[in-house]
Design a binder for this molecule. Structure first.
Ligand code: ZN
Length: 422
């Protein structure tokens, strides 16, 4: 998207060997520019890694060279090239950066990179825009770019940083093996076994779909229990995904889970009328996915789920931008938004006392809006406020309460309403 005004002066075009890499992007392994690049990296790769990613699946293929370079292909198109400045499992020494980008060495800082590459910066991140491809430096622990010795690698990629997942993460040790596939493509064994065991859900998800939904959900749940993935509270809870799908009440039931290591978001979606999907997304993509209203549990939950629901918090009412009211076994809880200053807002969570409940019964929403204003004016994050001590989010149960609360209001948040509108 960058203007081409600096064509002649951008050093990477004339002084570096980066155009050799850019010419190979999106090419297939047999294309001459890709073959030239492979030759320049040393010819025969030291190792080749392959795996299927997601469902519908694409093939990720990584050619790793002893020179410290790596070429990543998706379905036989080059999507990224990684120059490893530091030694890796397939290269005893880092890539010879000065040979390819004069003026750089393996200890380069971001400032050195700016000078040597001399291309426009992409948005606010650390990436450089090179005619629609991107050069993205990767520093140790994602920081330390001002100090020499922290540069790990430079990736040249067609994927815009932050807009889609990094091809390097195809092999994330935490989240890349959680999708369980049926062992053979016909699904003879799995399809039959599941059809018999799990009824309609099993037969719909075994066989042709290629993903064993039951076992995939089990794998994801264990990863959540082990704190490796974080389940999003704004989507269908993983435990409810299959019952909701089996009920046929939702056109698409989706759970979203974030990997604590690579930050990719796994979107597992069970469709009423088509095969299930398992997609890795970045935050921006994940948030744009359509979100349906989750139907009331009485319409789809079994007896244990209904029993659990009787103890859970339930949405009662809200005033956009100001407060939410939920009910739990006769108690009423108010989450009220307040401003710490003109820039920063926060929430308090209160259990209404008996006077407030009476006032709500007679005054309705107006009373809650007045109460919410009083809370805001009292500066509830300070001890002088009468609401400071009552704020349940400060207590030991704070995190658990916040989670139950989020589940109760999932259909009513601003973001849910926005998404349904679009
Ligand atoms: Zn991951």
């Amino acid at each position: 998207m960058g203007q081409r005004r600096n064509d002649e002066t951008e050093q990477w075009r004339t002084r570096s060997r980066l155009p050799l890499i850019l010419d190979a992007l999106l090419g297939s392994e047999e294309d001459p520019p890709v073959r030239r690049l492979v030759e320049a990296f040393g010819g025969e790769p030291a190792s080749v890694k392959e795996r299927l990613v997601g469902q519908p699946a694409y093939q990720s293929r990584r050619l790793q060279f002893a020179s410290g370079a790596e070429v990543i292909l998706h379905d036989d198109a080059v999507v990224a090239t990684v120059l490893h400045a530091a030694p890796t499992e397939f290269a005893a020494h880092g890539f010879d950066l000065p040979e390819w980008i004069p003026g750089l060495n393996s200890g380069a800082t971001l400032e050195d990179l700016k000078k040597a590459i001399d291309a426009p910066r992409y948005r606010t991140g650390m990436a450089f825009d090179m005619d629609g491809a991107y050069a993205v430096p990767n520093f140790k622990n994602n920081r330390g770019w001002n100090d020499p010795g922290n540069l790990l690698s430079i990736t040249l990629t067609v994927e815009a940083p932050g807009r889609s997942c990094r091809p390097e993460d195809d092999d994330c040790p935490v989240c890349s093996d959680l999708l369980v596939r049926n062992t053979d493509s016909d699904g003879d064994q799995n399809g039959a076994a599941e059809g018999a065991g799990a009824g309609a859900t099993g037969s719909a998800t075994g066989g042709a779909a290629g993903m064993d939904v039951e076992r995939t959900i089990t794998a994801l749940s264990s990863a959540v229990s082990a704190d490796l993935l974080k389940e999003s509270l704004h989507w269908v809870p993983l435990a409810d995904l299959q019952p909701l799908h089996a009920s046929g009440l939702m056109e698409r039931a989706e759970s979203q889970l974030t990997c604590t290591q690579c930050r990719r978001i796994i979107c597992l979606t069970l469709f009423r009328d088509s095969a299930p999907t398992f997609v890795y997304a970045v935050l921006d993509e994940a948030r744009r996915r359509p979100l349906e209203k989750i139907p009331p549990v009485e319409q789809w939950g079994d007896a244990p789920r209904l029993a659990k629901d009787r103890e859970a918090m339930h949405y009662v009412d809200h005033h956009p931008g100001a407060w939410f009211l939920v009910e739990q076994q006769g108690d009423l809880f108010l989450q009220s938004r307040y401003w710490r200053n003109s820039m920063v807002d926060s929430d308090v969570l209160l259990r209404l006392d008996s006077d407030e409940r009476d006032a709500y019964r007679s005054g309705g929403k107006d009373f809650l809006s007045e109460l919410s204003e009083r809370i805001d004016k009292s500066r509830p994050h300070t001890e002088e406020s009468p609401y400071f001590q009552r704020d349940l989010s400060r207590g030991t149960d704070g995190a658990a309460l916040a989670k139950s609360f989020a589940a109760a209001i999932v259909n009513h948040t601003w973001i849910a309403e926005q998404r349904r509108r679009s």
